[in-house]
Design a protein around this ligand. Structure first.
Ligand SMILES: *[C@@H]1O[C@H](CO)[C@@H](O)[C@H](O)[C@H]1NC(C)=O
Ligand SMILES: *[C@@H]1O[C@H](CO)[C@@H](O)[C@H](O)[C@H]1NC(C)=O
Ligand SMILES: *[C@@H]1O[C@H](CO)[C@@H](O)[C@H](O)[C@H]1NC(C)=O
Ligand SMILES: *[C@@H]1O[C@H](CO)[C@@H](O)[C@H](O)[C@H]1NC(C)=O
Ligand SMILES: *[C@@H]1O[C@H](CO)[C@@H](O)[C@H](O)[C@H]1NC(C)=O
Ligand SMILES: *[C@@H]1O[C@H](CO)[C@@H](O)[C@H](O)[C@H]1NC(C)=O
Ligand SMILES: *[C@@H]1O[C@H](CO)[C@@H](O)[C@H](O)[C@H]1NC(C)=O
Ligand SMILES: *[C@@H]1O[C@H](CO)[C@@H](O)[C@H](O)[C@H]1NC(C)=O
Ligand SMILES: *[C@@H]1O[C@H](CO)[C@@H](O)[C@H](O)[C@H]1NC(C)=O
Ligand SMILES: *[C@@H]1O[C@H](CO)[C@@H](O)[C@H](O)[C@H]1NC(C)=O
Ligand SMILES: *[C@@H]1O[C@H](CO)[C@@H](O)[C@H](O)[C@H]1NC(C)=O
Ligand SMILES: *[C@@H]1O[C@H](CO)[C@@H](O)[C@H](O)[C@H]1NC(C)=O
Length: 449
């Protein structure tokens, strides 16, 4: 049973469970209240809670019997507690509406920084768009666990949670976002079908500026864990991201069209790239990230679609990759439209049993294509990269015949073969269409010039 392809406007999704209209990208954002699709709410224009009988519109309103105290504290401190808006931490109730109402109240509050608060306990919700613009910065503090619903037909958009059009968002609290992806991984056909309908990412950020994600955990996303796009000045720190090594497309963090992003002190283990830096990313600083299992810390894939924006100013430092298929990786499609990626540095990186520790691959996922990639790679630095590899080719610079890589630097590369099961412990470099310089230690020996 496969998830069917996406048509331009609407696609009928058949999973044997439910039939529904799949609203394609570009359609206006609307919210379906889980379990009751008659309720359509335009969040950004909502000025009052949708259901007066369950929402606290007033400092003294006690809605949720068990939380009368909360309701009071809450409004006195600019805290909007989801339980005040009807959410139940019983690992069962679908709390979508309560989360939406809480957001609307916090986002539209004029008094100062507003806090959406998710207390201890397990809250289940379907998809929610947390849309601004908000009147003030918003803190989204999660102490408990938020679990995604598992019925694929709940997800009309490409994300479970979408934070959109917000200036000054902080997500924090030490809590857990559990995408419950286990239920959907088996339907993911995106590896073999380019036209597949992608399952929803756990948390998508679009047009979010001056934002911080500090101290949360993301578990078992259905697709990407975090998808950050069209944003700027974005800091991710002290985050844990976990999914099994064999879960499809569970990238830890996919970033595109974003400037000034920092990711640090973060531990990522997934079934795909730990971090993938897509088109239009400029000035990214990735430090002290532990990646493994996973497919590496990647720039790309680039060149899949027309009109992709250039990538420049990517600095990855003080990271460890352990038991990953790739380490420091740049990937572009063959037969791509033209674009550029430049000023990319991987520095002070430790590899532990990594299959391809250093790899530029300009025929990514398009090996049989006769057309070369037109993504121009230049000013690329691999410095002080040490540790172990489990493949005999530890350095691969496989560039485009149309636009050869320029200004690649290999400085202090010190890798050793480590695979107890293999007889051949010789390691080598492989290069194609790459203009490079070397300095310091070089193990494996560099390609002959
Ligand atoms: C909000 O409402 C106005 C008019 O009622 C409409 O023009 C605008 O598109 C709405 N905004 C959103 C984001 O739906
Ligand atoms: C909510 O209550 C206010 C008055 O308190 C009323 O004006 C409004 O129409 C009600 N909204 C809904 C959706 O029932
Ligand atoms: C509004 O609240 C009432 C009482 O709690 C509930 O029965 C009803 O389902 C709610 N409606 C919506 C749209 O949430
Ligand atoms: C709002 O709070 C005031 C007291 O602060 C109370 O008198 C009033 O009845 C409340 N309104 C609602 C709709 O609960
Ligand atoms: C905003 O929040 C403050 C305190 O948190 C509360 O007193 C006020 O009533 C809220 N305003 C609106 C419009 O909800
Ligand atoms: C984010 O910043 C960009 C410019 O840097 C601006 O055009 C955009 O309106 C801002 N978005 C929000 C939601 O503040
Ligand atoms: C970036 O965002 C953070 C958090 O909102 C803020 O403190 C900082 O001033 C912003 N930096 C710039 C250059 O705007
Ligand atoms: C991340 O996981 C580590 C243990 O691996 C733990 O010490 C740390 O508190 C976690 N961080 C968060 C934000 O949950
Ligand atoms: C580098 O990472 C280690 C942990 O992996 C951390 O203890 C150290 O502070 C980091 N150094 C810098 C300069 O960030
Ligand atoms: C290269 O990128 C780094 C950030 O990674 C930035 O600090 C530096 O200014 C850039 N250099 C050039 C020449 O653009
Ligand atoms: C490496 O990852 C594989 C899954 O890809 C896992 O089965 C294996 O136990 C891991 N090995 C180590 C040493 O962590
Ligand atoms: C061992 O690996 C090296 C590097 O890839 C390769 O050149 C060589 O042919 C391999 N030797 C054997 C016996 O497979």
């Amino acid at each position: 049973m496969a998830i069917l392809g996406r048509r331009d406007v609407k696609t009928v999704l058949v999973l044997g469970i439910a039939t529904l209209f799949w609203v394609a990208e570009g359609a206006p954002y609307r919210q379906f209240c889980s379990g009751d699709r008659r309720d359509l709410v335009e969040i950004s224009n909502a000025t009052e809670p949708i259901n007066n009988s369950t929402a606290a519109v007033n400092g003294t309103a006690t809605v949720n019997n068990g939380n009368a105290g909360n309701a009071n504290t809450v409004n006195n401190n600019g805290v909007f507690d989801v339980t005040t808006y009807g959410a139940k931490a019983d690992d069962k109730t679908i709390n979508t509406m309560a989360f939406m109402k809480t957001w609307v109240a916090a986002c539209k509050n004029s008094t100062g920084t507003a806090k959406v608060f998710v207390p201890e306990g397990t809250f289940v919700t379907g998809p929610v768009v947390f849309q601004g613009p908000c009147l003030n910065p918003v803190i989204f503090e999660v102490k408990g666990t938020i679990k995604a619903t598992t019925d694929p037909s709940d997800y009309a958009e490409d994300s479970w949670f979408l934070f959109q059009i917000i200036d000054g968002l902080t997500i924090t609290g030490g809590g857990i976002f559990d995408g419950q992806g286990e239920s959907m991984w088996k339907y993911n056909t995106c590896k073999n079908e380019h036209t597949c309908v992608k399952p929803p990412s756990s948390i998508k950020f679009q047009r979010v500026n001056n934002s911080i994600i500090d101290g949360i955990t993301s578990l078992n996303s259905k697709y990407f864990h975090f998808h950050i796009t069209d944003s700027s000045n974005y800091t991710v720190v002290n985050v844990n991201i976990t999914a099994p090594a064999n879960s499809p497309n569970t990238d830890g963090m996919h970033i595109s069209d974003t400037s000034d992003i920092k990711v640090s002190d973060t531990k990522i283990g997934t079934g795909d790239d730990c971090i993938s830096i897509g088109q239009g990313v400029t000035n990214a600083y990735i430090s002290n990230v532990f990646c493994g299992p996973g497919h590496g810390l990647s720039v790309g894939s680039l060149g899949k679609y027309p009109n992709e924006k250039d990538v420049h100013g990517i600095f990855v430092t003080n990271c460890t990759l352990s038991n990953t298929t790739n380490g420091a990786r740049i990937k572009t499609y063959a037969a791509s439209p033209p674009s550029k990626a430049s000023n990319i540095t991987y520095q002070d990186i430790i590899m532990e049993s990594v299959k391809n520790p250093i790899i530029i691959d300009q025929k990514y996922s398009s090996r049989s294509s006769p057309e070369p990639s037109k993504v121009e790679l230049s000013d690329v630095h691999f410095k002080n990269i040490k540790g172990t590899t489990i493949s005999n080719v530890a350095v691969t610079l496989s560039c485009s015949s149309s636009v050869p890589c320029k200004g690649v630097e290999l400085l202090d590369i010190n890798l050793a073969f480590h695979d107890p099961q293999s007889q051949n412990s010789t390691i080598a470099s492989q290069c194609l269409n790459a203009e490079f310089t070397t300095g310091g230690a070089q193990n494996p020996p560099p390609c002959p010039k």
